[in-house]
Every structure is written in C-alpha cells, then in structure tokens.
Design a protein around this ligand. Structure first.
Ligand SMILES: C[S@@+](CC[C@H](N)C(=O)[O-])C[C@H]1O[C@@H](n2cnc3c(N)ncnc32)[C@H](O)[C@@H]1O
Length: 247
C-alpha cells in the first residue's frame, strides 16, 4: 500500500551540494523530523520499532566528516540520519547499494554496521559504482572507516552485481542514474534483478522519490503494488525524498 510522510518544510530545507557538512537546522529539529519519519514507517509496518543509538549516529557523522573525500553530495543531514537509522533498526546481514558515486550514500547505510557508528555485525555490505575512478575513490573512503572489509565498493554495473549476488538481499539501496536514455528508470531493472532473492521483510530504499518521480514512475508503480511489496512509504523530508518499501 502506498503512503506518504511529508514535512511542511521539505521544499525549503535545502543543502549546498558542495558543502555537505553544513548544519541546516538545530540538531533537535533534525532528530524530531527523522523520528516522525520512522514512526510513520513503523505505523505502515515497514519497521518493527523506531529506536537507534543517537550518539553512535553522531560518531558516524563525525568520522565521515573527518575521513571522507566528498566532492559533492545530495544527501542532506536528515537523509543521512534516516538512512543510518533504517539500517540500524533493520540490521541487514546483506546490503547492496547501487550507484554510490564517492561512497557517501553507501556509508550512510553501511555505517550502522562498520566504523564508530556500528551497532550490529553484518555479513556483506556492497557498494556498486559503474565509473571505475569514482568506485576507486569510494573504496578508499570506505577503507578509512572500516578496517574489517565487510563494507566494500566494487566497480561494476549494479544490475549484474545484484543479479549475481549469491545470498539473500536484506536491504537494497537504489541511487544509480543509469544511461542518459534510462536515467533513474534503471532502479526497476536493478530491483527486478534481485527481487526473487529478497526474503519477506527485506527493505528497498529508493533515493530521489520526489525530484525524479517522473523518471521513477514505473519503479514507484511496482513497489506500491501490494502484489510485490507489503507496504511502501514516500518519505518527503527534503527535496530529494526516499521511497521505503518492505517485501
Ligand atoms: C547521482 S550519483 C548518486 C549520488 C548520491 N545521490 C549522492 O548524493 O552522493 C549516481 C551514480 O550512479 C552511478 N551509476 C549509474 N549507472 C550505474 C549502474 N548501472 N551501476 C552502478 N552505478 C551506476 C553513476 O556513475 C553515479 O556515480
């Protein structure tokens, strides 16, 4: 079933892409907005609860600020917290993030299991980036936070990596922008490549559910169909948005 969580200020809450660490609002406000999103995800049956360790989240944020090279990112502080919290709450053993660019989106997810924000032990956290130079930078960034190797970035097409992944996929994060022709329409190809290996309770996160809604129309129809996903919530807390779906 399709639902929505929308803040009043979603369109005014704006970041500068080249200045990813700038505080955009008081921390208490950010925490409250994300709490509202988590509560609406719990109500929809996507999340079992809304609790996560706020100090660990901030330790994760500090490590990324100190150690990552980020030329630009569209991940707002609200979105970073939401991604961290969803992973901390659902604790996916196997997580794949598709289209990770410099790795900031990947570590926003994986940071719940590696580095100073770790709150559980994962088996495989795989970031996929098709441009080798970007994949190289993302992998260097991740290595500065995770010495275990559980989180890693591969240079490849996410459709292939997801199709060939040999284990159940518990969380899939989608952010690849495909070819010029396909654009973010590639989300549905990536999802369908792994859908059969997603167990009941698996979560799919799709970035840009707001500002790429047109390109994502087929994807959004698919995840909002009860025959495919038990529930799906469009979380609109910034101008990008995140569609959160549970199988
Ligand atoms: C727009 S960026 C994501 C940036 C992210 N939203 C952020 O704010 O940091 C999308 C990335 O997906 C990558 N990409 C495009 N098609 C892909 C594919 N088929 N497999 C893996 N990565 C892909 C692009 O090279 C690009 O780095």
């Amino acid at each position: 079933m399709a639902r929505e969580y929308r803040t009043d200020d979603w369109d005014d809450y704006r970041m500068t892409y080249g200045d990813p660490h700038r505080e955009l609002e008081p921390l208490a406000e950010e925490v409250a907005v994300v709490r509202g999103a988590l509560e609406s995800l719990q109500e929809a049956g996507v999340l079992p609860h809304t609790e996560y360790d706020h100090d660990k989240m901030l330790a994760h944020r500090r490590a990324v600020q100190e150690l990552f090279e980020i030329p630009w990112t569209a991940i707002t502080p609200r979105m970073q917290r939401l991604l961290y919290a969803v992973n901390a709450i659902t604790q996916p053993a196997n997580m794949i993030a598709a289209g990770v660019f410099c790795g900031n989106t990947f570590i926003s997810n994986a940071g719940a299991a590696v580095g100073p924000g770790a709150c559980y032990t994962a088996r495989n956290l795989v970031g996929v980036e098709i441009v080798p130079e970007e994949a190289g930078r993302a992998e260097r960034n991740v290595r500065r936070i995770d010495s275990t190797g559980v989180a890693r970035v591969v240079a490849a097409d996410a459709v292939d990596v997801v199709r060939e992944f040999p284990e159940p996929i518990h969380l899939l994060y989608l952010d690849a922008d495909g070819t010029r022709q396909k654009g973010k329409g590639i989300y549905l190809d990536i999802l369908q490549a792994g859908y059969d290996r997603m167990p009941e309770g698996a979560v799919v996160l799709a970035h840009n559910s707001v500002n790429s809604a047109e390109r994502l129309a087929h994807y959004l129809d698919f995840v909002r169909d009860d025959a495919h996903f038990r529930a799906s919530v469009n979380v609109i807390l910034d101008a990008e948005g995140l569609e959160v779906s549970v199988k």
